[in-house]
Design a protein around this ligand. Structure first.
Ligand code: ZN
Length: 475
């Protein structure tokens, strides 16, 4: 057992002075005996990242050039894309989620298991250094690029498990069911073939992975989206014994086009349809849930499910703004994810979650409650709670029984001059861009000390070599 003392330990209930933290086998246990090592002045729980597609880290920055409409039309091989392109032309804007998706597919189709491990490990080092101590991987790159399974059908999943293990970050791996190319049930396009698994193959993959679960690895279900998973397949997966206690994630209502297609084919909006037809409860995480009516927003909040918000990716893709104020007023649960990894920072996700609302409402200090008037503390607490719930793991709090995941901020940083506990979390989230995360413990081990990950040079070198090779094949 190791013992530590935090001069000030933050929890959603407030600050505790000279807090004893005892860690045994990766978990926080009741403190006893010697006081132990002093950790520094400001200690907070590590943040869960509830939505990640690790491979997309390697293409961040490659989809920021405007594509000419003629090229954009030629890029769309499927009807869904063509329809989206028509919509975009009417809004006189040729680039959208759908053109980004084409760049993503081109990149995705070069990546093998070793590449994925190299990219994911670099990403997870960056996450740890930014203060994320757990990640939920929404993973759909299952097969070889030609659609045939690898010799071990779990090869790509295992690459992510290995990347998490070598960096020390906790992982909820969510193998993703992806069956169809649109709401009308059409087959996957050539570029989507490696995502496809039938229900039986999917359940056996889950079974294989579930045997590997441990304190740092949890397995859950991801249904890609309403357009990619028919209702019957959803019901089959949710009825299977192996999924009964697992967290369940789904992409939903990210795009107006998805709402229009759902209304046309199912006569209901996406979130409305999900709430009407499936047993959505606290096990569920609805990723994005951007486009909801007032009634859907209220019903989602009351369901107990977590809204998985990815503000920087949603901004980058031009998705829209989540109705945060109404959702908060109904005590809805939420967490944050870095999704496409154009930014890897809980500070930036939470900052933009609030700033989007300020821009839209022309008011300040939106994310507050009657119990807490601090925007920073309210957001950090909400994302800890919702992130832990979506991950299906006892994290997000430094208390006996929880996994020992914590961050120690740099009390000597100029940004924190003249601050104390009362303004600490607000300053952490809303002042400057220098990283204040100095030490990071994940699963009881020090992954980051003095701003450096324990294996960052080796992992970065392997990443550089991998991405240089992939980029030369694509462009
Ligand atoms: Zn996603």
């Amino acid at each position: 057992m190791k013992s530590y003392v935090a001069e000030s330990l933050w929890s959603p209930q407030g600050w505790t002075r000279d807090a004893r933290i005892a860690v045994d086998a990766g978990r926080v246990v009741a403190a006893q005996g010697e006081a132990g090592e002093r950790l520094g002045r400001y200690v907070l729980p590590g943040m869960p990242n509830l939505h990640s597609h690790a491979f997309q880290r390697a293409m961040a920055g490659l989809a920021e050039k405007q594509i000419h409409p003629a090229v954009s039309n030629a890029l769309f091989p499927d009807r869904e894309g063509q329809k989206a392109a028509v919509r975009d032309r009417t809004s006189q804007q040729s680039d959208s989620f759908w053109t980004w998706r084409e760049t993503m597919y081109t990149f995705a189709n070069r990546i093998g298991p070793d590449d994925l491990r190299a990219i994911a490990a670099q990403l997870y080092v960056e996450m740890l250094k930014a203060g994320y101590t757990h990640v939920c991987e929404f993973h759909y790159l299952h097969h070889r690029p030609d659609g045939k399974p690898y010799a071990d059908p779990a090869a790509m999943s295992l690459a992510l498990v290995e990347a998490a293990r070598e960096t020390g970050i906790g992982l909820t791996l969510l193998p993703t069911l992806y069956l169809t190319g649109g709401f009308d049930g059409r087959a996957l396009s050539e570029r989507q073939r490696r995502f496809g698994l039938d229900v039986d193959a999917y359940l056996s993959l889950l079974q294989q992975l579930a045997k590997m679960e441990n304190a740092a690895l949890r397995i859950g279900v991801a249904l890609h989206s309403l357009r990619a998973v028919p209702e019957r397949a959803m019901r089959e997966v949710l009825a299977a014994g192996e999924t009964r206690a697992m967290p369940i994630h789904i992409h939903i209502a990210e795009q107006i086009g998805e709402v229009q297609d759902c209304l046309a084919l199912r006569n209901a909006r996406p979130v409305e349809w999900l709430l009407d037809n499936l047993p959505v409860d606290a096990r569920w995480c609805l990723v994005h849930a951007t486009h909801m009516s007032a009634q859907e927003t209220q019903r989602l909040a009351q369901s107990g499910a977590v809204a998985g918000l990815c503000p920087t990716t949603e901004a980058n893709l031009g998705d829209g703004l989540f109705p945060l104020k109404a959702y908060f007023d109904d005590s809805g649960a939420l967490g944050i994810g870095s999704d496409s990894h154009i930014s890897v920072s809980p500070v930036e996700e939470l900052r933009w979650l609030e700033y989007g609302q300020r821009l839209a409402t022309r008011h300040r200090n939106i994310a507050v409650s009657a119990a807490n008037r601090s925007v920073g503390e309210t957001l950090y607490a909400a994302a800890l709670r919702g992130g832990a719930q979506a991950a299906g793991v006892a994290i997000g709090a430094i208390e006996p029984g929880a996994r020992a995941d914590l961050v120690v901020l740099d009390e000597a940083a100029p940004q924190l001059a003249g601050r104390d506990e009362a303004s600490l979390v607000d300053t952490f989230l809303f002042a400057g861009n220098a990283n204040l995360v100095r030490h990071v413990m994940a699963n009881g081990d020090w992954a980051v000390r003095d701003f450096r990950h324990r294996d960052e040079e080796r992992i970065a070198a392997r990443y550089r070599e991998t991405v240089a090779r992939l980029a030369s094949q694509v462009y």
